[in-house]
Design a protein around this ligand. Structure first.
Ligand SMILES: Cc1cc2nc3c(=O)[nH]c(=O)nc-3n(C[C@H](O)[C@H](O)[C@H](O)COP(=O)(O)OP(=O)(O)OC[C@H]3O[C@@H](n4cnc5c(N)ncnc54)[C@H](O)[C@@H]3O)c2cc1C
Length: 492
């Protein structure tokens, strides 16, 4: 039995732990924080239960596939419900679109806004489904080690139809003219950390996830995913050490041989580093063992950071759904402030999740649980940020659009921003979702899953393949565990 050490208990670390244990290894997960889950942690306060990071449960088949590989289903752990409407896009006072769950209702909605858009949506989603099946269910499971992986005839055939060299924004405009429909079709790729004009059209697979498959929610909150993976890992014999910040990866003869936690040195046969990639390389490895330099990282396009407010309200808010996107200010201006000339945004778009619309367990009776997220450029100096001023700005707009008072009913409030991401997760520039999925940061062009100089050191998580988001992080853990297992088998 070989010892596999995993750094980080986020989705990627938990996935890597489960697969490594299933492969017969003795697995320990080291987590710097007191609680597990990384960016997908949860906290409870005053009767409210807040998911700290992810709130959109998309791509249910990826989760199902994960648990199926252990003879389980998600239903063994949590109760998943589909939201209908899936989400609300707000463009102004009494100007919003609710995206229905069923295809027929979606076509009717699009047709009612732009003649011909119903049929265009069907064609768009048929194409997006092909991309999803090739991109998410096949290409995402390739470790991106060499272009040779992509030279298989089946992959070449598939890639030819994936519009790698067109952008999401160009692709969307081939189908739709209406401003609001274009925004709706472009919004899902914002999760990938760049403007739709910089994201390959392959990623309209996200539209298939958002509309074709739908938006789901595990009752009790997104942390259920973490809890389920944790339970599975424990049942497979994985050990967890929390409050255990790894300070160094010990190396001898080009092999990782120890995990250092301060003065404690623990022997290991392999390491899967599922903490933020930049931190692992720059802080835990000596320079000669790093894949990349500080200069390399500085040139990467990072996905945004976020200013988040976790808010408890002592009344029901009738004009909100579970997922609400406030696109009531200029998208172009905000995106420039994130990507082109990074600065604290002037009149940002924001997103509000209100899980208490679906789930009685996350707020006291007749209360609402709000998660308010403003995307901001990574690496901004927080000294120049007035969190309270942003809170007032979003409350002004929410009260206007919801046509009700909210502020005076707030009974709990906590904010979270760039410096918290750095302190809690060792996040490079305080990024929230890792690296953007631009063409130059896709597949082989992403930071490598393998350390090129240390044969038994792998990376997992949102900064390596296949990319940001819970489902990709889940897959990256599986890939890293598979490569580690093959390596350990071959070195016996
Ligand atoms: C605000 C926000 C909203 C999001 N919304 C969504 C969404 O709606 N849907 C979706 O699919 N995805 C969403 N995401 C993205 C998704 O949450 C992440 O891609 C995913 O959770 C990343 O998992 P990970 O395992 O790669 O990293 P992490 O979750 O960050 O896990 C890494 C772990 O490593 C630990 N660590 C770091 N350094 C050390 C060290 N030296 N020693 C020990 N441990 C260490 C950290 O504490 C952390 O626990 C969101 C993310 C954020 C932040």
């Amino acid at each position: 039995m070989s010892k596999v050490s995993i750094i980080g208990s986020g989705v990627a670390g938990l996935s890597a732990a489960c697969f490594s244990a299933k492969n017969g290894h003795e697995v320990t997960v080291f987590e710097k924080n007191e609680g597990i889950g990384g960016r997908a942690r949860q906290f409870s306060e005053n009767g409210f239960v807040f998911d700290m990071g992810p709130s959109w449960y998309w791509m249910p088949d990826v989760f199902e596939n994960f648990f199926n590989q252990f003879g389980k289903t998600t239903a063994d752990y949590y109760n998943l419900v589909q939201l209908n409407p899936g989400f609300r896009m707000i463009f102004g006072e009494q100007d919003f679109l609710d995206v229905p769950a069923s295809a027929t209702d979606q076509y009717a909605l699009f047709e009612s806004i732009e003649p011909g858009a119903g049929n265009a949506l069907k064609l768009f989603l048929d194409d997006a489904e092909v991309k999803y099946k090739e991109g998410m269910l096949k290409l995402a499971y390739m470790p991106g080690q060499s272009w040779l992986e992509f030279l298989k005839p089946s992959v070449i055939r598939a890639a030819a139809g994936l519009n790698m060299f067109s952008s999401v924004s160009r692709h969307v405009r081939r189908y739709f003219n209406d401003r609001r429909l274009i925004m709706m079709m472009e919004f899902p790729v914002l999760f990938l950390g760049a403007m739709p004009s910089h994201i390959p059209a392959l990623y309209t697979l996200m539209n298939y996830a958002a509309l074709g498959q739908g938006t789901f929610y595990p009752i009790g909150g997104m942390f259920n995913i973490i809890d389920a993976m944790h339970q599975l890992a424990l049942s497979l014999g994985v050990k967890f050490e929390t409050g255990a910040p790894v300070t160094k990866i010990g190396i001898a003869g080009k092999k990782a041989n120890a995990i250092h936690i301060g003065d404690k040195v623990l022997p290991t046969d392999a390491v899967i580093a599922a903490g933020d990639y930049h931190h692992v390389e720059q802080a835990l490895l000596e320079a000669q063992y790093r894949n990349y330099t500080e200069g390399y990282w500085d040139k990467r396009v990072l996905a945004p950071s976020s200013l988040i407010f976790y808010v408890g309200v002592s009344k029901k808010l009738p004009n909100l759904l579970h997922h609400n996107l406030f696109f009531d200010t200029d998208f172009e201006v905000h995106s420039k402030e994130i990507y082109d000339t990074p600065k604290w945004p002037t009149a940002p778009l924001f997103y509000v999740s209100c899980p208490s619309k679906t789930d009685d367990t996350v707020a006291p009776a007749y209360h609402e649980n709000l998660f308010i997220l403003i995307p901001v450029a990574p690496g901004l100096n927080e000294a120049a940020c007035d969190r309270d001023a942003y809170y007032e700005k979003v409350m002004d707009r929410m009260e206007k659009i919801c046509r009700t008072s909210i502020r005076e009913h707030v009974v709990y409030k906590k904010s979270y921003c760039v410096n918290d991401f750095k302190a809690d997760y060792n996040a490079y520039k305080g990024n929230a979702y890792g690296l953007a999925n631009t063409l130059r940061q896709t597949a082989v062009l992403k930071p490598s899953i393998r350390n090129a100089k240390v044969s038994n050191l792998l990376y997992a998580g949102q900064l390596t393949v296949p990319g940001p988001g819970v489902p990709p992080s889940l897959i990256s853990g599986e890939l890293a565990a598979k490569i580690t297992h093959n390596h350990l088998k071959s070195s016996i």
